[in-house]
Design a protein around this ligand. Structure first.
Ligand code: BGC
Length: 776
């Protein structure tokens, strides 16, 4: 069973009614971020019920000493995690002396929250009756500014509706900063922050902190003001790690008193070793001059600009529309192109995965950022890995590889491996392939070959060298094999010849060779820089040529790994609903012995390398593997949805789309309380653009072959392709699948294009279409 309390709306995420059981889930769903920092939607006022508070600053991390049951050589010493940062959003409220707390108040009469994705603003309204007989209405508006990205703003309004004897009510606001916070996932219960100073100047407060070990300096700040018709008494209060101002005022029944708070962080990650306190003061002053409403207007304007580029519209299916916007919104909240930053699987919405970088970025996120932002942003993500090449080489050396072989980490913050489960750290090596694949995809999309020559080739060579050493020649098979790996499907460990891993390894070797030759490497500075020789390249090509792939003649499919057919091949439909997700109900050994696939594995290869396989082969593989796939990784349904769309399996494509798009809103995997699945949200975008829209880039041109799910009347999306913005609109008649459609042209949906400037040639269902800008 999945949850369904989020109300459908094309632009807003809405929750109505207060249910304490939903609090931690909604804290994730209503999270806010601005690419620089972000946090969960915890209440500003005190909440004594179950809550998971978290605010995170991009790039500010702590190396938490590794904790494992049994140490293995090669394990990393620490796990770098993004820290739960000092809190700036808190505002305790006391009404006639009684704390306002949704968990303990007498009655919650009304509760509604709404995340307006069009404007990037979160609003919460509620009416409660306190034990002292006062009934108050509260309205809170909060956002994290895009244009002033060090800070956010809160307006907190309180209106007494009923008071004993109708007398004026005493309201005390206590807006505060708190650096006495911890991470839930701290390995050794350590405090990661040291507080250096707390400081008050007028209505501004600052806490200066630094992280232990990594010594990131952060100034957390707030500037508050209360607007009341009555006199307000202000009293400061601070301890070593806490600083607040108390505003005490009176308000008559029916009148409103409100507090405005600007707050946020300046960090040495962003500003280097400068006087952060001065920067914080400047940041505060700039927004005080602008005022809350001025900042809000700018926010609406900035989000409008994002949507102008990135919006996807879906007509006739409000849940699908809401979901795709939620995905696009969250991706933009997480990463906007910040230097040295990347996209953690949970973004700024939770601690899991430590805010670190995974293969998710290259395998799933790159296409979204390349197409909805620009080349610079996409290149930045590639450069992140280029800059970490020395550490990738060191990671490989630690495991015994030599000569410049590079193994990129499974999980990283600064390039060093942080993961510490042997079956993943040492074995889930397919990640290296995705990093090379992203370079190819980027170059195909942008045509930027300079990147390859200057930087990309170094990464490709390091990766090729790794694969060349990781294979061994099997006398028995007379083929190269790759032993002891974990494929993308983490429900199998330490397997031999995982098809996906072998395939991507061979592809990397071929691709690196191809690009070296295209760069005439023997005569160029590339040879000098990397010391690569023709002999070495020939060795790579021989391995690629003679790579082994397990295959079943009986089923006509490549096997996910050797021995897959020994399993009891029962489809997922026999698993009782109450035992799903299996990772929360079954022992690990039972999972390992089962045929159940966590996420696209063989099919991930068919997705990446579709041109290498016939449609018939894809159909056989899809039909073989989909029935065993439990999609318990968020990264799975999107790939299956794209493949199903290509095969004209529109019903599958549609339910898999909904599953990826509403994964968090409907909490399919029963874990949304831990945070959102940010990286898979880019996969959702791909399901629309590459799946339903059938977009591919071939020979420097955009190709489309759209289908229209029967649940939709139409949809549209935009693509930034080589500095031209192309809008594609698909509407009208639907048909019975892509292949049938190509036979009966009349049944294709109507497709129209618009380009912002110049002329662009695109290929629609195999035919070239010239799109001209209106202004031409
Ligand atoms: C998936 C990995 C993924 C990681 C972070 C895991 O559950 O199996 O493929 O990289 O989550 O999203």
């Amino acid at each position: 069973m999945h949850q369904d309390y989020i109300l459908p709306d094309p632009w807003c995420i809405i929750e109505e009614g207060f249910d304490p059981k939903r609090v931690t889930r909604s804290e994730s769903i209503f999270s806010l971020g601005n690419g620089t920092h972000g946090g969960r939607a915890t209440f500003e006022e005190l909440y004594s019920g179950e809550s998971f508070q978290g605010s995170y600053i991009g790039g500010v991390y702590y190396p938490d000493k590794t904790k494992v049951g049994w140490w293995k050589n090669g394990y990393p010493e620490y796990f770098a995690k993004v820290l739960n940062a000092p809190s700036w959003i808190g505002i305790n409220v006391y009404i006639n002396g009684e704390p306002l707390d949704l968990n303990t108040c007498a009655t919650v009469r009304y509760f509604r929250r709404e995340l307006n994705m069009k404007e990037g603003v979160y609003r919460r309204t509620f009416v409660v009756v306190l034990h002292n007989g006062v009934e108050v209405a509260v309205k809170v508006t909060r956002f994290l500014s895009l244009s002033h990205d060090d800070l956010g703003a809160i307006r907190y309004e309180v209106t007494p509706l009923i008071a004993p004897k109708g007398e004026a009510v005493a309201i005390r606001f206590e807006p505060y900063l708190d650096s006495g916070i911890t991470n839930h996932d701290s390995n050794w219960e350590e405090h990661f922050w040291e507080t250096d100073e707390t400081k008050l100047t007028g209505q501004r407060a600052f806490i200066t902190t630094h992280t232990k070990k990594t010594d990131f300096k952060v100034v957390t700040f707030q500037r508050t003001e209360v607007w009341s018709g009555e006199e307000t008494i202000i009293k400061p209060h601070h301890t070593d790690t806490y600083i607040s101002l108390n505003y005490l005022t009176q308000v008559s029944v029916g009148d409103t008193v409100y507090l405005e708070k600007f707050g946020g962080y300046v960090s040495s990650f962003k500003y280097g070793d400068t006087d952060l306190l001065t920067i914080a003061k400047e940041r505060v002053q700039a927004v005080v001059n602008l005022g809350f409403d001025g900042l809000l207007a700018q926010q609406q304007h900035d989000w409008a600009a994002i949507w102008e580029r990135a919006d996807i519209t879906i007509e006739g299916d409000v849940k699908a529309q809401q979901a795709i916007r939620f995905n696009i919104f969250q991706l933009n909240q997480t990463y906007l192109g910040g230097k040295g930053l990347n996209i953690g699987p949970k973004g700024f919405t939770g601690e899991k995965y430590g805010g670190s970088t995974y293969w998710d970025t290259e395998a799933y996120c790159m296409p979204f950022y390349t197409a909805t932002k620009n080349e610079v942003v996409a290149r930045q993500l590639l450069e992140y890995r280029y800059n970490q090449l020395p550490q990738a080489i060191a990671n490989a050396e630690k495991l015994g590889f030599t000569g410049g072989a590079a193994l990129y980490p499974m999980v990283t913050m600064n390039g060093e491996e942080c993961h510490n489960e042997w079956e993943i750290t040492f074995e889930e090596i397919h990640r290296n392939g995705a990093i090379a694949y992203a370079i190819d995809r980027y170059v195909r999309y942008t045509g930027d070959r300079d990147y390859l020559r200057e930087k990309g080739i170094d990464v490709l060579v390091g990766i090729a060298r790794f694969w060349a050493q990781r294979v061994n020649f099997s006398e028995e098979k007379q083929r190269y094999v790759i032993l002891g790996v974990t494929g993308p499907n983490e429900y199998e460990n330490n397997v031999n010849n995982n098809f996906y891993t072998n395939y991507i390894a061979a592809w990397c070797l071929r691709y690196a060779s191809f690009e070296l030759r295209a760069l005439s490497f023997e005569e160029s500075e590339v040879r000098e820089r990397l010391g690569v020789t023709e002999k070495e390249v020939q060795g790579w090509l021989r391995i690629a040529e003679e790579m082994y792939y397990p295959y079943s003649e009986k089923y006509g499919v490549y096997l996910q790994q050797e021995g897959f057919l020994d399993k009891e091949l029962k489809p997922t439909s026999v698993i009782p609903t109450e035992q799903r997700p299996i990772n929360q109900h079954w022992s690990w050994d039972r999972i390992l012995r089962s045929p159940y696939i966590k996420q696209a594995d063989t099919l991930q290869g068919f997705y990446f390398f579709e041109d290498d396989f016939s449609e018939e082969a894809l159909r056989r593989h899809y039909e073989f593997y989909e029935p065993f796939t439990v999609h318990e990784s968020s990264l799975s349904p999107c790939v299956h949805s794209i493949l199903a769309a290509r095969l004209g399996k529109e019903d599958d494509a549609y339910w898999l789309y909904l599953r990826t798009a509403r994964l968090d809103l409907d909490d399919y995997n029963h874990e949304v309380h831990e945070g959102l699945h940010i990286t898979s949200m880019a996969g959702t975008w791909m399901s629309v653009v590459e799946g339903f829209g059938g977009m591919r880039v071939k020979d420097g041109k955009l190709h489309f072959a759209p289908i229209l799910p029967k649940e939709w009347q139409g949809y549209s999306f935009k693509i930034n392709f080589r500095n031209q913005i192309l809008k594609i609109e698909i509407r009208g008649q639907r048909s019975e699948g892509r292949e049938q459609r190509s036979e009966t042209r009349g049944q294709r949906p109507e497709v129209s294009f618009e380009v912002d400037k110049g002329t662009l040639e695109v290929v629609l269902y195999g035919e070239v279409v010239k799109v001209e800008a209106k202004s031409n």
